[in-house]
Design a binder for this molecule. Structure first.
Ligand code: 6PG
Length: 242
């Protein structure tokens, strides 16, 4: 586990962009592809915009990059809360990435359960063509909610003990919209996991997860058997970690 505390969100986003660039080079040169799952929320938006800016968009080999989602709200793709829309507006619309390299969860099916099953099938089929057929993302970008959730793994959810499924549906009426989420089973197989955490309001939960390792919090269960785990925080969010 590496903890990097950066002065502010801008510096955090630049550090994350540099990590994305170097990891993309490593994996595309090594195996021809860089398989990424991104989260929603507001923190990664600046990173997405940076990757789509003149500083990065022409030096990343997008033909080798595949985007998946760590979670998705079950709303239409043009809905303001749709995580695919956030990436499309801030990054995908600015780069030439083959459409077949973008793998959003479907929200045009009749239920969130079907969306989860369909996404799981797509992920399993995609990874079948890879080395050992296991769904091992090269990078998963995660955020941290003030309640300790990450992706759409919420405190007290029975999804946290799911061992077989790769994707689960969250339809417990505690959230504005139903969601689909990757499970810990697939998240904890990632070669690299990077948390992006920003803002004074995250300081307390960041301490509980990173320092106290409070097992009641879903984000505390993010740890690969083998793989690199990074926490990128700005000064405000890292206040209680020093
Ligand atoms: C989602 C996200 C969620 C997010 C955290 C942090 O779709 O809601 O995946 O897990 O990462 O809630 O959100 P902020 O970055 O907006 O604080």
């Amino acid at each position: 586990m590496e903890i990097h505390i950066l002065p502010d969100l801008e510096a955090l986003s630049h550090e994350a962009a540099e990590m994305f660039l170097s990891l993309s080079k490593r994996y595309i040169e090594g195996k021809g592809s860089f398989l990424v799952a991104v989260s929603g929320g507001s923190t990664p938006i600046r990173l997405f915009a940076l990757l789509g800016s003149d500083d990065y968009k022409d030096i990343i080999n997008w033909k080798g990059v595949h985007f998946f989602w760590a979670d998705e709200r079950f709303v239409p793709r043009d809905h303001r809360e749709n995580n695919y829309r956030i990436l499309r507006e801030n990054l995908l619309s600015r780069i030439s990435i083959p459409p077949e390299n973008v793998h959003p969860a479907r929200t045009d099916v009749s239920s969130v359960m079907i969306s989860a099953r369909t996404y799981e099938k797509e992920i399993r089929e995609f990874f079948r063509s890879y080395r050992n057929g296991l769904p091992e993302f090269d990078l998963i970008l995660l955020g941290l909610g003030e309640d300790g959730h990450t992706a759409s793994l919420f405190p007290g959810s029975d999804i946290l003990s799911e061992k077989n499924r790769l994707v689960a549906s969250v339809d417990d009426h505690k959230h504005k919209y139903p969601r689909v989420t990757l499970t810990l089973t697939v998240i904890n197989k990632a070669k690299n996991i990077v948390f992006l955490i920003s803002g004074r309001q995250k300081a307390a939960i960041a301490k509980k997860v990173i320092k106290d390792k409070d097992g009641s919090l879903p984000a505390s269960h993010i740890e690969q058997e083998k793989g690199n785990l990074f926490f990128l925080l700005d000064e405000d969010a890292g206040l209680l970690l020093k």
